[in-house]
Design a protein around this ligand. Structure first.
Ligand code: ZN
Ligand code: ZN
Ligand code: ZN
Length: 122
């Protein structure tokens, strides 16, 4: 199987072997391997990937391989997935807020009184 771990990569045929450039799945950032001297393309690709792995991070959500800049280490996901999660979280939080009947301020669920005018919230 001659499939690389990143979605995009470029192969350069050199004198006694190959070298590869792997790209972040979200941007143009790339990592170029050293020359790998072998006649077998499959072997070269395997070797190249075992080194290139270290320069990328795998998103545990979508499985993309991305550069450090597009990786949110705290959640082990790419920035796209983590942003999506944040958006969902914001939506959910909005659902949990209620409106004060008196002044119209949005109050979080756990508050029993309006934070602005002090009216009791049912
Ligand atoms: Zn990137
Ligand atoms: Zn992702
Ligand atoms: Zn109020």
């Amino acid at each position: 199987m001659n499939k690389a771990f990143t979605q995009r990569y470029v192969t350069q045929r050199i004198k006694d072997g190959f070298s590869f450039t792997f790209y972040c799945d979200l941007c143009q950032r790339s990592y170029e391997t050293e020359e790998i001297k072998t006649e077998s393309f499959t072997e070269a690709l395997q070797k190249a990937q075992s080194v290139a792995y270290l320069y990328f991070n795998k998103c545990h959500k979508c499985g993309k391989w991305i550069c450090d800049e597009h990786y949110d280490e705290s959640v082990m996901e790419c920035v796209e997935c983590s942003a999506l999660k944040t958006r969902k979280q914001i939506k959910k939080n909005l659902k949990n807020t209620r409106k004060c009947k008196k002044c119209g301020t949005y109050i979080e669920e756990e508050n029993c009184f309006c934070t602005l005018c002090g009216r009791a919230i049912q």
